[in-house]
Ligand binder design. Structure first.
Ligand code: CP
Ligand code: NVA
Length: 305
């Protein structure tokens, strides 16, 4: 059962939580565009701690907060050097005295868990090496927006078994859709994450063949082959994953109304071609926008508003 104190992984949520957050995200988006947002977080402040670069996460959280009447500020790891200059448990306790909510982007999932354990305010995982829960929650919102529902759909993830893929695996145990992962040999998702999701009812298939995966797909999703902070083996990964590129040939076997998603930043010409990302099936910029709306929903939930 989700304790609503923090948001660290989609695995912690119940199906109803996912539905509720997505519905709220959609409602907040409508209100945003009608300029009817209420200042529900007036007087609230968020610290945004980044140990890795960001465009979308930083701006969507900051403007997400501003639009609800609150304040958010960026904290670079150059300043605080989490775990080096100061122990995570101390940073967490100090920051909790100044702000109402914290967002962290870092390397190990354990760092976020430890921060959350010692913080006395809600903590949001804004990407670790293991998971990217805000991204996939926003992506689910985008699928509801474009397709009306996710139930019964075939969602295909092609590429590296990375943080975004892992959050999709978590999501498959919460909602009733078919998840097919097309991956490279030697780069399969961790058994532990897949088994847990399957135990909770997820319908997940893993294949090495992108054309088998993409057949009759409703959603085709990809992400970079070399994630932030991955050191070494970049060339090896690109060689191994070359056949997983999302291109026009691949789209031919999908449903005619397939949508193409990418969390961005994209490496055009690697995991996705220009024709596809700029083409009629691509929803990547709506997806990027939706980060802001879903994160508003997450912050409101955690702050009890
Ligand atoms: N999708 C995403 O999280 O983008 P940034 O790394 O730019 O925040
Ligand atoms: N898998 C990518 C996602 C970026 C939003 C990374 O971790 O770099």
């Amino acid at each position: 059962m989700w304790n609503r104190e923090d948001f660290l992984t989609i695995a912690d949520l119940e199906s109803e939580d996912v539905q509720k957050l997505v519905n709220r995200g959609l409602e907040l988006k409508r209100k945003h565009h009608e300029r009817r947002l209420e200042p529900l977080l007036k007087g609230k402040a968020m610290a945004m701690i980044f140990r890795k670069p960001s465009l979308r996460t930083r701006m969507s959280f900051e403007m997400g907060m501003v639009g609800l009447g609150g304040h958010a500020f960026y904290v670079s790891d150059e300043e605080i050097k989490l775990g080096q200059r100061e122990a995570i448990c101390d940073v967490a306790r100090v920051v909790s005295r100044y702000v109402d909510i914290v967002m962290i982007r870092t390397f190990a999932q354990d760092e976020v868990s430890e921060f959350a354990r010692f913080a006395t305010v809600p903590v949001i995982n804004a990407l670790t090496d293991l998971f990217h829960p805000c991204q996939v929650l926003g992506d689910i919102m985008t699928i509801y927006e474009k397709k009306g529902d996710i139930e019964g759909l075939k969602v295909v993830f092609l590429g590296d078994s990375n943080n975004v893929a892992n959050s999709w695996i978590n999501a498959a145990s919460k909602l009733d859709f078919q998840l097919v992962l097309a991956v490279a040999k030697g780069f399969e998702p961790a058994d532990e994450i897949v088994s847990r999701a399957r135990t909770e009812g997820a319908r997940i298939e893993i294949t090495y063949d992108p054309l088998v995966a993409a057949r009759e797909a409703d959603v085709i999703y990809t992400d970079v082959w070399v994630s932030m902070g991955m050191t070494g083996k970049a060339e090896e990964r690109k060689q191994a994953m070359g056949h997983l590129q999302v291109n026009l040939e691949l789209l031919k076997v999908a449903k005619s109304d397939v949508i193409v998603m990418h969390c961005l930043p994209a490496h055009r010409g690697e995991e996705i071609t220009d024709e596809v990302i700029d083409g009629e099936h691509s929803v990547v910029f709506d997806e990027a926008e939706n980060r802001m709306h879903i994160q508003r929903a997450i912050m409101l939930e955690l702050l009890g508003r």
